[in-house]
Design a protein around this ligand. Structure first.
Ligand SMILES: [Zn+2]
Length: 86
C-alpha cells in the first residue's frame, strides 16, 4: 500500500476511513465420496498487484490508484484538523 493520501472519488467527502480488501487462499482436502471437508490448511494471503480500497462512507470500491489520484487532484486544504477529540 502506498503512503499517500486517499480521497474517495465517488462521495468526495472521505479522506480518512477506508478498508483494504484482500484475498486469501486456503487449501483444503475433500472426501471424494461425501464431499465433506477433511482438512483445511492455513489461509494464505494472495498478493495483489494493486490493493483494492473501499470507502467506508459510501462503500465505493476501487483500485488504490483511483483514491490516490483523486487526492492528488483535490489536495486537502491546508487546515489541520485533529483527527480525534481529546
Ligand atoms: Zn466514498
Amino acid at each position: 500500500m502506498e503512503e499517500k493520501p486517499y480521497f474517495c472519488p465517488n462521495c468526495r467527502s472521505n479522506r480518512i476511513k477506508f478498508s483494504v480488501l484482500t484475498s486469501y487462499s486456503q487449501d483444503l482436502l475433500k472426501d471424494a465420496q461425501s464431499g465433506a471437508v477433511v482438512e483445511y490448511n492455513e489461509p494464505m494471503m494472495v498478493a495483489e498487484q494493486e490493493p483494492v480500497i473501499q470507502c467506508l462512507v459510501c462503500r465505493f470500491v476501487g483500485n488504490e490508484m483511483r483514491f490516490v489520484k483523486q487526492a492528488e487532484r483535490e489536495p486537502r486544504p491546508g487546515v489541520t484538523v485533529e483527527p480525534a477529540y481529546r
